[in-house]
Design a protein around this ligand. Structure first.
Ligand SMILES: [Zn+2]
Length: 140
């Protein structure tokens, strides 16, 4: 059954509006590294403080393989923003799932309460109220 928009809980509408907003973003984590260049005579070979960088990249494992994309220093802030946007999106997706599952719970509970009321009207419950005796409990 398709829900009319007014039936959708406000919290869910708010989340879906945020999720639907297009923006550049990516999965993976940010990596900032300082590297040795391996050129003969360069100080970076011995002195960690003389290493080159920072080199910023986003790293992600897909089907067991590491994928990465590096950016020049001037783009490091932009990449960080895109990675953070991706993290917020992931959190919003999770919050969306939770809100929809609460909505499902509410609808299932309402349906259950409705069927109980109907049964009460008919004066008979299909569910037996007698305590069930299992064969196992007789063993002692
Ligand atoms: Zn070097």
């Amino acid at each position: 059954m398709v829900k009319s928009k007014s039936d959708v809980p406000a919290a869910i509408r708010e989340l879906i509006d945020r999720l639907a907003e297009p923006k550049p973003m990516r999965r993976g984590s940010l990596s900032v590294r300082y590297l040795k260049c391996n050129k003969p005579g360069c100080a970076c070979a011995d002195d960690p403080k003389a290493r080159h960088g920072p080199y910023t990249s986003v790293v992600r494992t897909v089907a067991g393989k590491t994928q990465s994309r590096s950016v020049p220093a001037a783009r490091a802030d932009l990449l960080r923003q895109h990675v953070e946007a991706g993290q917020r999106f992931r959190q919003d997706v999770e919050a969306y799932w939770q809100a929809c599952e609460q909505w499902s719970d509410a609808e299932l509970d309402a349906a259950e309460a409705g069927s109980e009321t109907e049964a009460a009207k008919k004066g008979a419950s299909k569910r037996s109220s007698r305590p069930r005796s299992s064969p196992r409990s007789k063993r002692s």
